[in-house]
Design a protein around this ligand. Sequence first.
Ligand SMILES: *Cc1c(COP(=O)(O)O)cnc(C)c1O
Length: 430
Amino acid sequence: MKREELYKSMGVDQEVLAYGRRIEKKLKERFEAIDETAEYNQLKVLKAMQDNRVSDVHFAATTGYGYNDLGRDTLEAVYASAFHAEAGLVRPQITCGTHALAVALAANLRPGDELLAISGKPYDTLEEVIGIRPGNGSLAEYGVTYRQVDLKDDSGFDFEGIRAAVTERTRMVHIQRSKGYQTRRTLSVQDIGEAVTFVKSIDPSIICMVDNCYGEFVERIEPTDVGADLCVGSLIKNPGGGLAPTGGYIVGKEPYVENCAYRLTSPGLGKEVGATMGVLQSFYQGFFLAPTVTAGALKGAIFAANVYEGLGFDVLPDGSEDRHDIIQAITFGTPEGVVGFCRGIQAAAPVDSYVEPEPWAMPGYDSDVIMAAGAFVQGSSIELSADGPIKPPYAVYFQGGLTWEHARFGILMSLQKLKEAGLARIPGEA
Ligand SMILES: *Cc1c(COP(=O)(O)O)cnc(C)c1O
C-alpha cells in the first residue's frame, strides 16, 4: 500500500495530506534546530546517567518503608546532574505537578512569611494551594501571605513592580515558565535568569522557585542553570518521556530540596523512606527518552501553528515564534471548531480512538469543557492531547505527541474533521 493510501484508509484524504506536506516543507530548518537541541539534551541526560553509574540493579523494586532504595537515590542524583542542581527529589509519591509545587511551597514557607509571584497569577490549581481561592489546608490557612506582580503587556517582568513588592517578609518568589492557559508569552530560561538575578540583588536570601511544567528539554538550559533555587515539574509531562506512569520532581539547592523531602514524607524521615514498587525503570527510561519525545511534541506544536495559521485562524504562539514550552493555542471562534478539532485528535489516538468526546461541566471550570485524550497513561499531556473550554474566544489548547509522526497524524486528522464539517477551507497552492 502506498503511504497516501494508508492515510486515506485511516481517514485523511489527499487534499489534507498534500496541504500538510506543503506546510512541513517550510519547516525544515526549524525542525533541524529542534533536532540539534534534542541531540544536546540527549547527551546531557546520558552523561548524567553515566556519571552516576546507573546499573540494572537500580531498577529493582522496593516495598514497605523503602529504606536504602539505591535505585531511587541514584535516580535523584541523575536528575540533579542533568539539571546541574545540588539535589533532587523524584518520587512516585509526588502525585502530580500541583502536588510537587505544593510540597515545594509548603516545605520552604513558615507562618508570617510572604510568597511573591512575579510572573502574574499562577496556574489555576495553585490558587487553592496558595489560598487565592479558599482551599482546605492552603498556605493562607497557615498564615503565609501572598502577593503578585503581573507581567507587563509585552510579557516581560515588571522589575520596578517587583522591587516595590518585596518586603522583609518575602521568603519565596514564584515564577511560572509556561503560559499555562493564559494568553501571555511563555518565558525563556534566559528571561527567568534575569528575574532571578534581579530578585537576588534585592535580597539574596529569597528562595526563587520555578514552575517548570511543559518546559523541560525545550531549550538547552533549565532554570537551575540560571540561578533558580528550586525547579519543579510533573513526570506525566516532558521529563517522564511518556513512560513514567505517575510522579513529580523537585531539583535545586540542597537545603531547600531537603525541606521538600521532610514535607513530602515526615519530619525526621525525609528522603530516607518511600518505596518505589517497581516503577523506577520507567522513570529512568522515560527520562532517557524525554529529550527526543519533547522534540517530537515541539515539532507537532509548530506544525499545528503553521497549519492553522495558513487556514486563517489565530494561533499562539504564531507560526514563526521561538518556543519555550510545548503548548499550542488555536482560536476557532466557534464551539463547533473546538469540538471538531478535539474529535480529530481523539480519532487519531492509539487508545480509545473510537470514542467521540463531548463537552461537559467539569468540576473547577466555569463553562463546559471538551477534552481529547487517548493516552497510555491517564491524563498524560506529553501524549497527544487537546482541550478547550466552550466559551469565547473558543480556543483549544493542544500539546504532546510521543512521536512527531503521531503528532502530525493527529493534526491532519483534526483538519480533516474540520474540513468535513465545513469549518475549514484548505487554500490552493500558492
Ligand atoms: C500542568 C501544570 C501544572 C500542574 O500540574 P498537574 O500535574 O496537572 O497537577 C502546574 N503548572 C503548569 C504551568 C502546568 O502546565
